[in-house]
Design a protein around this ligand. Structure first.
Ligand code: NAD
Length: 477
């Protein structure tokens, strides 16, 4: 039922040479799903050597032929979406419906980069020197070290692998040890699609040990990470020593600005859908609700009704609308955020507690009148909590929305096109959703500003991240 776990190094699925590893835990039952092998230093060195060799082979493969492999892998992933989705739910907890959609989106990402890799065009620049021909050639940057977290076990590794491979780079990826099966399943699809050996390696271990071994290696030319801001800063510093390119997709704390002209029930329903997806463990999750005072009471009431009516349980159960949190750390963290907010005078209108004593379940939680001093208003909560405040003055609410170091996503709800334009211009984030929360697709750029990181994944920007420009000027001899 669950994926057979292995490392994938030099074109082979294998166990770790040192025998070390850890159990992968099902967050809905707290039972061990499987033993995950860790890569030893020798295994990592083998992955590095094969990434160097794989890069030479893949760089010299035509973009057309590279695209065929990625396209086929996307097809295999889509065909296996139900089985891989089940693995994803077992290891991460989200509902099976969400998991299967996520796997299909990952398939879409592989196929989009299969196509886009063929369009890494250079350009000709007219020369000021007679007889000279000036060319800009786009080349893959080199072997990539990629690190991904546990909240989107299919989409986040897919973005990094597909962008890197589509551009002609090789890639060593260390997916989260807490959700490894989905990435292993996608690596099997790439392997079966004919990916040459060494182009991709999948390794696991103690995260800091793996990154401290891979990032400084002279073989690695690019580092890409999705996860928390402190780890992102640490990896950026490591990469700086070797002047390596980096893409950092870090945390967010998305403001939601609701104007007084909305259809309140509709806006609350859409926003709640965005909030409780993956139990709020999403870097672009709506996390600070600023609702105009004229509609505040009605909005909080509707949002509370939706949250309190949600069916919580094991994501494999079809009737379930929200699964457990992905690990025990999140339950403890959310509990602390909620008790802190309560202590600051917030009104918990629904939820606010751990549910049951087996599995990491936490009730969908809505908090009204949360003061600015409550920790959840300035630290990323990363869980199923929706803190709300009312506002009256647009400039003041913009100051609050932009007042944190985060700058990933933001949302606004209004029926006025003039307000929609004004608020999206003013929000200091890399992504803005107006009247809906669907802000990420294979073909659209995804990335933050400020401490939420820099660089993009998705879209043409997500290919550009793995390309470098070479200028060649050629004079007639
Ligand atoms: P964490 O920062 O310890 O880990 C996040 C991810 O980074 C994990 O998958 C981990 O394996 C990896 N990681 C950690 N240290 C690393 C290192 N030295 N080198 C390479 N990879 C490393 O925290 P966590 O407890 O898993 O999550 C806590 C917070 O992280 C959340 O509250 C949230 O703010 C943030 N987070 C963000 C995202 C995102 O999508 N941006 C995803 C997961 C977690």
């Amino acid at each position: 039922m669950y994926e057979e776990l292995a490392l994938y190094i030099d074109g082979e699925f294998r166990q770790g040479s040192g025998g070390a590893g850890e159990d992968v835990i099902n967050p809905a039952t707290e039972e061990a799903l499987a033993f995950l092998p860790h890569a030893s230093k020798d295994d990592l060195d083998r992955a590095l050597a094969s990434a160097a060799e794989g890069f030479r082979v893949w760089r010299d493969t035509s973009a057309h032929d590279r695209g065929k492999v990625l396209w086929k892998a996307g097809e295999l992933i889509r065909e296996r979406a139900d089985a891989i989705g089940r693995t994803l739910t077992l290891e991460e907890g989200k509902t099976l419906a969400e998991a299967v959609v996520e796997v299909k989106v990952a398939a879409d990402i592989f196929q989009w980069y299969a196509e886009e890799g063929r369009r890494a065009y250079g350009r000709l620049i007219p020369s000021r020197l007679p007889g000279a021909r000036q060319m800009v050639i786009r080349e893959p940057v080199g072997p990539v070290a990629a690190f991904t977290p546990w909240n989107f076990p299919a989409v986040t590794p897919a973005r990094k692998m597909a962008g890197a491979l589509g551009a002609g780079c090789s890639c060593i990826i260390k997916p989260s040890e807490e959700t490894p099966g989905t990435a292993v399943a996608m690596a099997r699809a790439l392997h079966e699609a004919g990916l040459p050996r060494g182009v991709l390696s999948v390794v696991f271990g103690v995260p800091s040990q793996v990154s401290e071994h891979l990032v400084p290696s002279p073989i690695i030319r690019k580092v890409t990470f999705t996860g928390s801001i402190p780890v992102g800063k640490h990896l950026t510093r490591l990469a700086a020593d070797g002047m390596k390119r980096t893409t950092m997709e870090l945390g967010g704390h998305a403001p939601v600005v609701v104007f007084d002209d909305v259809d309140v029930d509709k806006a609350a329903t859409v926003a709640a859908g965005g909030k409780f997806r993956n139990a709020g463990q999403v870097c672009v999750s709506p996390t600070r609700f600023f609702v105009h005072e004229k509609v505040y009471g009605k909005f909080v009431k509707k949002f509370t009704e939706i949250a309190s009516g949600m069916k919580l349980g094991n994501g494999l159960d079809e009737a379930v609308e929200m699964g457990p949190l992905a690990n025990e750390r999140r339950v403890a963290a959310i509990d602390e955020f909620v008790s802190d907010a309560r202590g600051c005078g917030a009104d918990v209108t629904t939820g606010g507690e751990r549910v049951g004593n087996q599995g990491y379940f936490y009730s969908p939680t809505v908090l009204a009148d949360v003061p600015d001093g409550a920790r959840m208003m300035f630290e990323e909560p990363f869980g199923p909590v929706a803190p709300m405040q009312s506002w009256t003055d647009f400039d003041e609410v913009m100051e609050k929305a932009n007042g944190l170091e985060f700058g990933l996503a933001a949302y606004a709800f209004t029926t006025s096109t003039e307000r929609a334009a004004r608020v999206s211009e003013r929000l200091e984030t890399g992504l803005v959703g107006v009247n809906h929360c669907a802000i990420s697709f294979a073909e659209t750029p995804f990335g933050g500003v400020k401490e939420s990181g820099y660089g993009h994944e998705g879209g043409i920007e997500g290919l550009d991240a793995y390309l470098t420009s070479k200028f060649v000027t050629q004079m007639n001899a």
